[in-house]
Each structure stands twice: as structure tokens, then as C-alpha cells.
Design a protein around this ligand. Structure first.
Ligand code: CP
Ligand code: NVA
Length: 329
């Protein structure tokens, strides 16, 4: 049984197959709708932080595939407070086929996975956001028809989104430049982890010069300066990050064909201006929609529910889970 906790836990081949599956599921959904490959499957969604995209895309994804999703709010479970994480994992495993969790502490998702008898998906922790990275890669791929060798700049706070984007870039040979102020740059161990995963063209540079970061790049990416859980630092961060705002002046330094991404929610007027977010280079809303398609591919892969046409292609998606799949249902 495999969990989806970190882009680094999967091979680039597996991830490539998931992106291919996401594309197939997207086309299928746009044409006749998806087949009910997750019929009678249930997903528990454990949230310790707010969400629009993650909650909606998982819930609609399960519905499109014939399954069912149940939202569990922070107040309901009291993960690790009302009940231990190990007990929550074992109880949920008796009811559902798969669990998605959004927590503060990354260790809490790992602990859930340790005790769960069903696959666990990381729906964002303070450390990373792997589902987001899959949607991001899908969006970039749709625009350029390739990933390998593209150049992407991430501007702003080196946070959970940056970590997963970096791992995704490493897996697919995207050259990354991270433009962040000193004190907000990625930790050396995150950079090392990405370098160890590196495929072909991948490289990573970190700079505190926002213009240098975006010079000639194909993709400009930004995220909030203050992530969930850091609210008390918001004022201090507002003093530090303005030079890293993605605005039309900064965007002029990227390639003319560059696209702009943001995982959302956006703080317009802070990390991104309206002009850019709503401008011709913005792909913010196709990117948000792609959360749905990427998530479906993750669910189908973890539940080994690949549509028949996709099986037997010799991909790892075919083999995984077979030997240690729990005999549920
Ligand atoms: N990008 C993202 O994860 O959005 P939500 O926090 O709304 O789920
Ligand atoms: N870095 C942001 C991402 C939100 C999807 C946060 O953690 O709040």
C-alpha cells in the first residue's frame, strides 16, 4: 500500500503516469463524464486548516468517479487532542478506503499514515503540498507540451508550496530559480533533497534579487507571504516581501511567452497584482481547476482503480499495492 505524502516518495515514472492519467480523466470528464471506477469507495477528509480548492476538488473528484467524500472539520476530530492520531487513523481505516489530511505539523500526516490501514494523501502541511505540485505540473505541461528543460521562477516566501514545487521540478527536469528575501529562503536540506532527486536538466538557484530570479523564465510562480498558522508574523512579512511582488514591471523580465501561476488563495495587492492575476499571462484559474484532475489521478492510482484501458501498459501504476493491499470490502 502506498501513500501520497511527498513528491519525493514517488519515481518520476510514477508521477508521469499520474499526470498522463490526470489528462485522460480530464478529457473524459469534459466529454462524457468519468466512469464510476471509485464506486462504493469512500474518502475521509481531515482538515485542521481552512480550504476551498483542496476540499472542493477532492469532494467533486470522488463524486465524478462514483465515490463519496466526508469532510471532517478541525473541531470535529481534534486530531491528537480529543483522540490520538494513531487511534483516529485506525478508526477511520475501518470506515473508509482512503484518507486525505491537511495538518499543521508534517509529522502528524506521517503519523496518520504510519497507523492507517488505507492510503493517506497529504492535503498540505507546514512542510509541503504535493497535491498542489501535481496540478501545477499538469498546468505547465498543458501550456508547453513538455516539462523537461523549462525554466521556472518562484517568488516570495519559501514555504510548503515551494518545497513540493521544487521536488516536482527536480523529478521532471525543470530548472528552478527561487527569489526570496534572506531569512525566507529554502532550508539547505530541502535543496539537497531536491538535488538528490534531480533528473536531467534540473538545477536550482536561490537569489534575493527578484529581477534576476525571473530573467527569461517560462513560468513565474508566487504564493502568499504569510501561510496559514503564521498570521502573527503578517505585519513583519508585509515589510520584507514587497520587492518580490509579481507585478507587470517584474513580469517584463520573464520570457514574453511566460505564464504566471499561484496556488491560491491570492492576496491581491501583496504577492500579486490584479493586473497580473487577471492578465493574459495568468493561468491561475486553469491551475485551480487542475487540482480536480490531478487529485482524481492520485485517488485512482492509490486505490488501484485504473480504468481498464490504462492497465497493462507496463507502468508501475499497474503493479503497486497488489501484494500488500489490505483485504478491505
Ligand atoms: N491551493 C490550495 O490548496 O487551496 P485551498 O487552501 O483553498 O485548499
Ligand atoms: N502557503 C499557503 C498555501 C495555501 C494553499 C499556506 O500554507 O497557507
Amino acid at each position: 500500500m502506498k501513500h501520497f505524502l511527498d513528491i519525493a516518495d514517488w519515481t518520476s515514472e510514477d508521477l508521469g503516469q499520474m499526470l498522463e492519467l490526470a489528462t485522460t480523466l480530464k478529457t473524459e470528464w469534459q466529454q462524457d463524464g468519468n466512469p464510476a471506477v471509485l464506486k462504493q469507495k469512500a474518502l475521509a477528509m481531515v482538515f485542521q486548516k481552512p480550504s476551498l480548492r483542496t476540499r472542493m476538488s477532492f469532494e467533486m473528484g470522488m463524486q465524478h468517479l462514483g465515490g463519496h467524500a466526508i469532510y471532517l472539520s478541525p473541531a470535529e476530530i481534534g486530531l491528537g487532542k480529543r483522540e490520538s492520531i494513531a487511534d483516529v487513523a485506525r478508526v477511520l481505516s475501518g470506515y473508509v478506503d482512503i484518507i486525505m489530511a491537511r495538518t499543521f505539523d508534517h509529522e502528524h500526516v506521517l503519523e496518520l499514515a504510519r497507523w492507517s490501514a488505507v492510503p493517506v494523501i497529504n492535503g498540505l502541511t507546514d512542510y509541503n503540498h504535493p497535491c498542489q505540485a501535481m496540478a501545477d505540473l499538469l498546468t505547465i505541461y498543458e501550456n508547453y507540451g513538455r516539462l523537461e528543460g523549462l525554466r521556472m521562477a518562484y517568488l516570495g516566501d519559501s514555504n510548503n508550496v515551494t518545497t513540493s514545487l521544487l521536488m516536482g521540478a527536480a523529478q521532471f527536469g525543470v530548472k528552478m530559480t527561487i527569489g526570496s528575501p534572506e531569512g525566507y529562503q529554502p532550508e539547505e536540506q530541502v535543496l539537497d533533497k531536491a538535488r538528490k532527486l534531480a533528473h536531467n536538466a534540473f538545477s536550482v538557484e536561490v537569489t534575493s534579487d527578484p529581477q534576476a530570479a525571473v530573467e527569461g523564465v517560462d513560468v513565474v510562480y508566487t504564493d502568499t507571504w504569510t501561510s496559514m498558522g503564521q498570521e502573527e508574523e503578517a505585519e513583519k512579512r508585509r515589510q520584507v516581501f514587497p520587492p518580490f511582488q509579481v507585478n507587470s514591471d517584474l513580469l517584463r523580465h520573464a520570457a514574453d511567452h511566460a505564464i504566471v501561476l499561484h496556488c491560491l488563495p491570492a492576496h491581491r495587492g501583496e504577492e500579486i497584482t490584479d493586473e497580473v492575476a487577471d492578465g493574459p499571462q495568468s493561468r491561475l484559474f486553469p491551475q485551480a481547476e487542475n487540482r480536480l484532475h490531478a487529485q482524481k489521478a492520485i485517488l485512482v492510482t492509490l486505490l488501484d482503480a485504473m480504468p481498464k484501458a490504462k492497465k497493462g501498459k507496463g507502468g508501475k501504476g499497474d503493479k503497486k499495492d497488489k501484494k500488500d493491499k489490505k483485504g478491505k470490502k
